[in-house]
Design a protein around this ligand. Structure first.
Ligand code: TYM
Length: 340
């Protein structure tokens, strides 16, 4: 069976990188897979979140999923904390994963910064929880942006070590083959790593202090237009072939954004705009961005004005997720040797 799982943190400022690297692709996968899309609120609290703001952000990410076109009746949309299996399996994985594996995680090093002694234990163990999210549903495919690649590799290592460590126990229980699948990352396309609009060497991020560095899903048309007009570029005209984008990170980023929004290749974009001035290309990019993102932002605002409707969607999704999660956890408890 083929199953998709992915998650988005409710930590504010959902941006074009989240949309093109993840949410837009979640929508496209709905026709070919059974999908679970999760608002990972337990991941969010690995750094301090104001409780009232966290609630608001959970509803906002849910609204973004729905506004972008995810169908919560055909697929499962829910928030992580409502399904206790995430925490339970994460604990088992805390005991499977090795310190050495987590010490290699670059995102922890970036997020903890210099004051590592003061980072939460949760931030350090975060990738184990992420592995639990995926493997709780024995998901086979995980659409994410490029920045999550290392965490996905860890999830694969954890699945394999669990299968190996408990192989004899599984055999005794009559479980044949690998209990946990090796989840396949789905990373790619022209926007797997959307960069900051102010600096082509930094990724577009929720936490960049400059709001000009990103396009938020809830930005209005004027704001989108002015951010794109102010986006950093270089003085050369656009090349006619993708090869010519090498060493021009800002140009490459804008061409990638256009390609992903239009669902075409970078080559196709350059065939149309190559040789021309940036201003012409930027004007077209403004029109395309506003046409694609405007309706999503509008629908998000409408949805969040009815929180009880969103909460009902999350409750219903959680109930359906729990059915799958409970089955996995029963097996895991038997395999590990817990009495139930
Ligand atoms: P998060 O909340 O930081 O980001 C959500 C998704 O957006 C992608 N993304 C980007 N893609 C392209 N360019 C960018 N600049 C950019 N910034 C963010 C991320 O790669 C991600 O796909 N740990 C995850 C959440 C998570 C998860 C999971 C994902 C928790 N459990 C299980 C998959 C499966 C995170 O912090 O994503």
């Amino acid at each position: 069976q083929q199953r998709v799982f992915s998650g988005v943190q409710p930590t504010g400022n959902l941006h074009l990188g989240n949309y093109l690297g993840a949410i837009q692709r979640f929508v496209a996968l709905q026709d070919s897979y059974d999908c679970l899309y999760c608002v990972v609120d337990m991941h969010a609290i690995t750094v301090w979140q104001d409780p009232a703001e966290l609630k608001k952000q959970i509803r906002e990410v849910t609204a973004a999923f729905i506004a972008a076109g995810i169908d919560p009746t055909k697929h499962i949309v829910f928030n992580q904390s409502q399904v206790s299996g995430h925490a339970e399996l994460a604990w088992v994985f805390n005991c499977v994963a090795r310190l050495g594996w987590l010490n290699r995680m670059t995102q922890f090093k970036e997020k903890a910064g210099k004051d590592r002694e003061n980072a939460s234990v949760g931030l350090y163990a975060y990738p184990n929880l992420m592995a639990a999210d995926i493997l709780l549903y024995r998901a086979t495919h995980v659409p994410v942006g490029e920045d999550q690649k290392q965490h996905l590799e860890l999830a694969r290592d954890i699945a394999q070590k669990f299968n190996n460590d408990f192989g004899p126990s599984m055999a005794m229980l009559g479980i044949e083959g690998a209990f946990f699948p090796q989840p396949e990352p789905l990373i790619g396309g022209p926007a797997a790593r959307v960069m900051s609009l102010r600096d082509g060497s930094k990724k577009m991020s929720k936490s960049d202090p400059s709001d000009l560095s990103r396009i938020n899903l809830t930005d209005d048309a004027d704001t989108v237009a002015s951010k794109i007009r102010k986006a950093k570029t270089d003085p050369e005209p656009l090349p006619s072939e993708a090869e010519g984008l090498k060493g021009r990170p800002e140009a490459e980023n804008l061409v990638g954004i256009y390609a992903a929004l239009a669902d075409v290749s970078k080559e196709k974009v350059l065939a149309e705009f190559g040789g021309g001035q940036f201003s012409t290309f930027k004007a077209a990019l403004v029109d395309l961005s506003v046409a694609k993102l405007g309706p999503i932002g509008g629908e998000m605002k409408r949805l969040v004005s009815e929180p009880s409707h969103i909460d009902a969607i999350l409750r219903d999704g959680a109930a359906r997720a729990r059915v799958i999660a409970d089955e996995t956890m029963h097996h895991v408890k038997d395999i590990v040797g817990f009495v139930r």
